[in-house]
Ligand binder design. Sequence first.
Ligand SMILES: [Cu+2]
Length: 173
Amino acid sequence: MSRPSLNNLSVDDRRLLASLIQQYATPQIIDLHWNAAQAGAHSDPIMFLTFHREYIGGLETFLLEQGFPQFVPLPAWNPVEPISGEFNIPNVGPRRLRNLNPNVSFSPEFDPENLSSFRTITELGEALMTRHNLVHQRIGGIMNNMRLAPLAPIFWPFHSFIDDIYYNWQIAQ
Ligand SMILES: [Cu+2]
C-alpha cells in the first residue's frame, strides 16, 4: 500500500482528519493500545508490527463508517517532516507536544529498495521499533507517554508511515 502523505493534504482536510481521529480515540480505544503494550506490542518486534496494523485498521473502519473514504488508507506522516499545525494536538498543558520537528529520517535503511537487507520480520520489527521510539521521545509530551500517546492525532499517521514500510517489506518477500 502506498499511503498518501499527510502533509500533502489541504489544511482543511488535515483539520477534519485530526478532528475525526479525536472522535475515534475514546478511552476504550486508548486502553486497547495500553493493554497491547503490556502484552508485548512495544517489546516483541512481530507484535509491534501486527498490533499497530490492526490498531490503525480500526480507525480506518471508523472513517469508512462515518463516510470519509478519502482518508482510507490512512495518510502517513514521515517524521523527517515537521508536524503541521493542524496536528499540533494537544498544544497546551503538561501533555502538549514539545517538539513539532523531531527530524528523524528512516532513509535510506527503510527505503523500498533497501528493505531486503532485513531478512526476517523480527529484524525489521526490531529496527523499526528503535527508530519509532526515538520519534516518540523527540516529540515528547503525550507522545512520549506509552499509555496515552494515541490521544495525540499525529500518533495515527505516524504509525501509518511505519505500516507502509512493513507493507513494502512484505511485498518484497
Ligand atoms: Cu508509536
